[in-house]
Design a binder for this molecule. Structure first.
Ligand code: FES
Length: 262
């Protein structure tokens, strides 16, 4: 455990519903819209798992890349705390290196191979490139879907405030933030379909104009059809290892930014 981490700025307002989750059996309160990592961090909890050497490991990249924040959520191991939304009643447990990875196999629940739902374009990633591409293509009358493993649009570059909080003094938002917010609203108000919280686990070319794309969400696999696939998975920080980087008290600037916004 480290110190408590919260920001006392009168411009930040909590707007998320109060929730309670359990971490290793201890009840903690937070707000709907926070990630599990943000909620735990705000309570001073840094160590989320133990490595083979017994060292504590925890949040590092804050954007779903490094898996340092892997925890068990409602009995399913290997969940990334930085991506998982904190929900009321969730049971979170830290992991030991011996815990088997994801012991519950995904359930294949839905096939849409022959369904009418074929997208002209499937876009992986909802950062600036994905959003701009989607907005342009929907304007051409195409049927577009955006897939992102995060629960919110914007990627890293246009990352917005978590839904748990609002920032009252909008005039302090910089150009990048405002530009992102504007683009996100345009996409949300369009006919672009959004599949958030979905990880693309496979893509197979069936014929010239037909791809099968497998999505994983909440241990359920969904298969969708698309004619073309646009990969706009964006960028992330490359952290250079240095002695001590595995300490749960060391996080990247991207992770710090994510925490600041939730
Ligand atoms: S994947 Fe969550 S901190 Fe890197």
């Amino acid at each position: 455990m480290g110190g408590y981490s919260t920001i006392n700025d009168k411009n930040f307002k909590v707007i998320g519903k109060p929730i309670k989750l359990k971490f290793n059996g201890i009840t903690l309160s937070g707000f709907e819209g926070q990630s599990i990592a943000a909620l735990l961090y705000s309570k001073g909890i840094r160590g989320l798992r133990n490595s083979k050497s017994g060292d504590e490991r925890g949040l590092f990249c804050g954007m779903g890349v490094c898996y340092e924040c892997a925890v068990s959520v409602n009995g399913i191991t290997g969940k990334r705390a930085c991506l998982e939304p904190a929900k009321d009643g969730t049971e979170v447990r830290s992991l030991d290196y011996k815990t088997p990875y994801n012991p519950i196999p995904p359930i294949i629940s839905e096939y849409k191979i022959d369904s009418e739902k074929t997208y002209d374009i499937a876009i992986i990633g909802s950062g600036p490139a994905g959003l701009m591409t989607a907005r342009t293509l929907i304007g051409k009358g195409l049927k577009v879907v955006i897939i992102d493993e995060r629960m919110s649009l914007g990627g890293q570059y246009f990352k917005q405030l978590a839904k748990s909080h609002s920032f009252e003094n909008k005039s302090l938002n910089d150009y990048q933030y405002r530009r992102g917010s504007e683009l996100i609203k345009q996409v949300q108000n369009s006919d672009i379909e959004l599949k958030l919280g979905n990880t693309v686990i496979a893509s197979e070319k069936i014929s010239e104009n037909h791809l099968n794309i497998s999505l994983l969400k909440n241990e359920v696999i969904e298969l969708i059809n698309a004619k073309r696939l646009v990969v706009s998975t964006g960028a992330y920080e490359i952290a250079r290892p240095f002695p001590g980087w595995t300490s749960p008290n060391i996080i990247t600037t991207g992770a710090a930014q994510s925490l600041l916004r939730s």
